[in-house]
Design a protein around this ligand. Structure first.
Ligand code: URP
Ligand code: ZN
Ligand code: ZN
Length: 484
């Protein structure tokens, strides 16, 4: 067998185990994994290093307008470069439908934006306007193209679909084998809290945390899960930030719901006290759901360890600390007018490795599962997320001992701050590959604009999750009525 590249002498880590071995690569794919491989036009020495699947980032807002029209600071070029420096070989940002916009138009728009990417990419479709045409014509067309996941919101007035709209989406998703992602916060609870705080003149950034109660997340997660169960549709709860929310998810998973979830580094690393920094600096830490408290951090780690969360993703939502981002509505506005979101696509995996693996909270195998393998399975990335013959050569080689201090200037994004600034982390992705091409090596970008490719995805793999039939859908219990 001839190889273009051989990675040799490293410790290969998969979600199942680790072993010393070599990887042979040809035509962008892994073609051999063996104890020892000779040959190769290029030989990469991975001695003393961990060789893992490149990360797959599945929660990133890239070249995306918020519902109120504010564009993220990162486009597919800067966003993908930042992702690559953070150990990712591919990502699945969102393609967002604005109300009144056709899904065909959304996909066309993001296809043009995606062309700049240096890593492979796909999209989750955000649906804010599920018209009859969207449900019956456009979503099926998107599925046929391999866009097999989309996201709905239970909050933000311009995005919130209401329970009926969610049921429409969930049942179409079930029919086509797609998975629905949900941002779960009770919109009315948040609006009511906003009114209460405004009436008392409480408008500093720190009140953002008070305005979006833990109960708002817990209530909405529970409701989303029951809606999904009614139509037996798979559901993925994004950015879970509360103990109560994680426990609802755990319980429903035990009861057999087709239910997946993630949390994000900011809920593990930061607290609501960060919103109370001097002046307007707290604005940097405004994201939704909001940062919580220290006690919640260890609970979330427990759920990472137990498998409640299949992934830890960044929710990279880059709004600069200036008038183009956080302060697009003015420098001296109440918290409710400050753009929501923070960057983190480059810091996600170094943070998870350092605080997870190095501190003994998770194993290296769990790190691989959480950063790529689980994600690939849930979101139908059939050629990514594993080191095995036939898979794309999407590989990250890590030095598990090198120490770094996080600095905004090293994130390679278009941002002017990092919420993780100053954190001391151990473990650095030294070489990152996408389909056999080195894209980052020793802190240098080796990729060129546009070399990433769009990838379509398979339907969600629901083997091992038996059908759930609500009584009302069971002809034996609903007077013999066939409803699906
Ligand atoms: O505050 C956040 N997370 N902004 C990005 C949009 C979203 O809700 O994920
Ligand atoms: Zn969200
Ligand atoms: Zn998000």
């Amino acid at each position: 067998m001839t190889f273009e590249t051989v990675i040799h002498g490293g410790t290969i880590v998969t979600a199942e185990g680790q072993f010393k071995g070599d990887i042979g690569i040809a035509d962008g794919r892994i073609v051999a994994v063996s104890e020892k491989l000779d040959g190769g036009d290029t030989r990469i020495d991975a001695g003393g290093r961990l060789v893992m699947p490149g990360g797959i980032e599945t929660h990133a807002h890239i070249a995306q307008e918020s519902s109120s029209g504010v564009m993220t600071a990162d486009d597919y070029l800067s966003g993908s470069i930042s992702a690559a420096f953070g150990g990712n070989s591919s990502f699945i940002p969102f393609a967002a439908q604005q109300r009144g916009q056709s899904v065909d138009d959304v996909i066309k728009t993001y296809d043009a934006r995606g062309e700049r990417s240096v890593i492979d990419y796909s999209y989750h479709l955000i649906i804010s306007d599920p018209t009859e045409k969207v449900l019956t014509e456009e979503l099926p067309r998107a599925f046929a193209r391999g866009i097999t996941s989309f996201k709905v919101f239970m909050t933000y007035d311009l995005m919130n679909l209401g329970d009926g709209g969610m049921l429409d989406i969930l049942s179409v998703a079930r029919e086509h084998g797609a998975i629905t992602m949900v941002h779960a916060e009770n919109n009315d609870m948040v609006k009511w809290m906003n009114k209460l705080l405004a009436a008392r003149g409480l408008s500093d950034p720190k009140y953002h945390a008070i305005s979006r109660p833990e109960l708002a997340e817990e209530e909405a997660i529970n409701r989303a899960v029951q809606l999904a169960k009614l139509v037996d549709a798979p559901l993925f709860v994004v950015h879970v930030s509360t103990e109560g929310g994680a426990e609802i998810i755990r319980r429903e998973q035990w009861n057999g719901a087709k239910l997946y979830a993630e949390t994000c580094p900011q809920y593990l690393a930061l607290t609501r006290n960060d919103l109370d920094r001097p002046g307007t600096e707290g604005a940097k830490y405004i994201c939704s759901p909001p940062l919580r408290d220290e006690a919640t951090q260890e609970v979330l780690w427990k759920h990472i360890r137990m498998g409640t969360f299949v992934g830890v993703h960044s929710d990279h939502a880059p709004y600069r600390y200036d008038e183009t981002g956080k302060f697009v509505n003015g420098a001296d506005v109440p918290y409710s007018k400050i753009a929501n979101g923070m960057p983190g696509i480059a810091a996600r995996l170094p943070y998870l490795f350092s605080e997870g693996v190095v501190k003994g909270r998770i194993t290296p195998e769990q790190f691989v599962a959480l950063s790529s393998s689980n994600t690939a399975k849930v979101f139908g990335c059939t050629t990514k997320g594993r080191i095995a013959p036939g898979m794309d050569a999407d590989i990250a080689i890590w030095d598990p001992e090198e120490r770094r201090t996080v600095r905004a200037v090293d994130q390679h994004d278009n941002m002017d701050y990092s919420p993780f600034e100053g954190m001391e982390l151990t473990g650095v992705p030294k070489l990152v590959m996408n389909r056999g091409r080195v894209i980052v090596e020793n802190d240098e970008l080796m990729a060129t604009e546009g070399q990433g490719q769009f990838f379509g995805r398979a339907p969600v793999d629901l083997r091992g999750t038996p059908d759930y039939v609500a009584k009302e859908f069971d002809p034996a219990q609903n007077f013999g009525t066939v409803l699906r």
